[in-house]
Each structure stands twice: as structure tokens, then as C-alpha cells.
Write a protein that binds this ligand. Sequence first.
Ligand SMILES: Cc1cc2nc3c(=O)[nH]c(=O)nc-3n(C[C@H](O)[C@H](O)[C@H](O)COP(=O)(O)O)c2cc1C
Length: 385
Amino acid sequence: MAQPLEKPDLPARFASFADFRLGAKRRIPHFAFEYLDGGIGRDVGLARNYSSLDRVLLTPRTIDEGTPPETALDLLGERWTYPFGVAPVGMGGLFHPESAPALAKRSAKLGTPFCLSFVASHSVETIISAMGRAPWHQFYWPRPDDVQNDILARMKALGVTVIMPTLDIPGHQWRERTIRAGVAAKPSPWVTVRDVAPKPLWAYETLKYGKPGLPNIQTYSGGGPAEAEMFLLQNCIRPIGPEEIRRLRDKWDGKIVVKGVMAPEDAEDFVKVGVDGIVVSNHGGRQLDAAPGTPEMLPPIVEAVGGKTAILADGGVRDGMDVLRLLALGADFVMVGRMPYFACAAMGARGAASLDLLAMQVRTVMAQLGVRNVEELRRLKVEVS
Ligand SMILES: Cc1cc2nc3c(=O)[nH]c(=O)nc-3n(C[C@H](O)[C@H](O)[C@H](O)COP(=O)(O)O)c2cc1C
């Protein structure tokens, strides 16, 4: 017998990703929206993330009545209630001062992972107190040895078990939409007035909580956001390959998940140096306009390293259907970036219920597909049209 749908606690007008995105556009200043929504170049890669997911077709099966779908699974030594988590997204304070803590708290309640960005507006300590446990932590891995050692010692002391070095920012990038919108370390007063004046609620909330900084970097750079930005440019925006990860492996006995792998050969090299997982990701279409979509690279990567390391995937996920598409293509786990942050930009902390929406969609679509667990999902006929 069908059970009544457990509806997420969201206003009725917010039923999908498109609604969150529109709500964000209405509520936050133009420069903040462009930073969150934009890709790079002509946004071809960004559009491809969405269109390549749309092309993944799953043929549903019929099954006899039985137990409801099992969404829980094991990953990186823990059991999670759903096969998705929140990807690292920097500068969440630009969207809403409570975005990252609210999403972290909701993730913990739901039993799903939350990954904090190194360039988050909230310190890892703030996130830990919101969640009641340590998050996963992403890094743009700094060059100086003493900073690396200090980070690892602090992470260990704080109970962080998974660190996630991001590999796909080897140098400067020119993100046209953010540049055009005037986002820089110090936006001009004109941009601030032009964009903020029409958004009084955002201005009020941002003032109330204080201007967002980069606390996780300021720990090492000292000073304010400008010093943190300089530290990042001088020490963290750089190529990182298997040799560097091997050195990290020697120093860190927790889990290492490298983020931003798109080539099967690279995946093989990272497996050889002992990573616990890789995230197949093109950084949400923000680094390379010619990048293939994750659905295009997942099958060859699964073929190369499937079963040898955990394969996580992100890029363009808008709903539970997209989560299941990536799992059906062989990912072990899926991360979502913009979707929950759009929701928080649109409605503040209440937007964290977007994670409940994802969870509900995963359950309902699994039932619709006639699968009882992720293994059965992988046995479905999967086509890329
Ligand atoms: C506004 C924004 C900020 C991001 N900041 C980071 C970051 O600090 N570190 C990182 O590894 N990835 C970052 N990403 C990439 C996400 O972790 C993730 O790979 C991407 O958003 C997935 O695509 P999706 O947004 O379509 O779900 C960011 C993405 C966005 C949209």
C-alpha cells in the first residue's frame, strides 16, 4: 500500500531546482547570483552538464509488491542514509549568512555527508557546532609544508575524517560572468550600491551577521579577506598531481578523496598512490568550457578504477532523478553543489529542506524505476540518447 508522501518543509512555490534558482535570482544581488549560477567562457560546459544528464535514459522495470526502496549505503567507512551529499561551495555567506551551517545541520539530521569548502565563509569549528559532528573538508592544498602539517594536525584534532584536495584549479581562470558582474576581492562601491539597493532583505541579513570572510584561510594568512585571497593565489592555486597526493598519503591516515578527476588515466594514477576516493567532476562547468559532462566520463572511469576506489560524481544534478542517473552510470555516490545553495539563497536556512526534497525524489524515482536498491539500479537498461 502506498504511504502518504513525506513532503519537505518548503513553501509550495518551491517544488524544483528551477524554482530555487529563480528565487535566488530574485533575492540576492546580481553579483552574488552570477557567482553562484555562472560557469566559464560561454557557459557551454555548464549547459552540457545539464544536457548530458538529460540524455541519460533509464528503462523502468515492474516488480511485485515488497519492501520500500533501500536508499542507504556504505561509503568511506560509514553508512549514509541516502546516496548523495553536499559538495564544497565557497563563499556561501554571499548567498545567505546561514547557508552552509543550515545545510550542514540538515545533512547531519538526514544522515548524509556535508563537505565544507576551504574558501567557505564559515569556519570548520562553526560547521562542527551546527552539525554536531565533523564535516568532510575540501582544500586547495597549500604548498608550504608547515601549513600542510598544521592543517592535518588541526583536522585530526577536530575529528575530520575525510579531506578532499581539489585538483582542477591549476592556475588563474577568467570567469566572464563574475568579472562582468564586478565580483573581485574589493568590488567597487558602485557595483555594491547598484546590486544591493534592490535587495534590502539580503542587505539587512548580511549586515546583521557581518560581512562574510574566508576564516579557514585567514587562520593561515592572518589579516582579512584580501590577505586570504593573496595567500590563496600565492600558495594554493597551482597544479596538483599524483606525486603530491602520494606525499599527502604518507602524512594523513584518514581518508583522501581527490576532486576534479575527468580522465581514466588520471584516475588510475591516483588509485596507485592510495586515494580512498575520487570525485569525477568538472567543477560545475566553472573551469573549462570544453570539458565533457560527468555522464560522458563516468563509464570509462568506472571501467578503469571501479571497485578499486570509491567513485563520487557531481555536475549538473538538479533532482533525485539526476542522482539516480549518475548512480546508474556507475558512480558510488553523488554530490550536489548549486541546488541546495540556490535554495538557501532563495529562502535562507529554510532552503536546507531542499535536501529533504532530494531524498524524497530519490525514494519516489527508485520506486518508479522498480528498483529496491542501488545494485538493482545498475542492472537497469541505461542508454545515453
Ligand atoms: C558557487 C560555487 C562555488 C564553488 N566552490 C568550490 C570550492 O570552494 N571548492 C571546490 O572544490 N569546488 C567548488 N565548487 C564546485 C562544486 O564543489 C561542485 O563540483 C559543483 O558545484 C557541482 O556542480 P553543480 O553545482 O551543478 O551541482 C563550487 C561551485 C559553485 C557553484
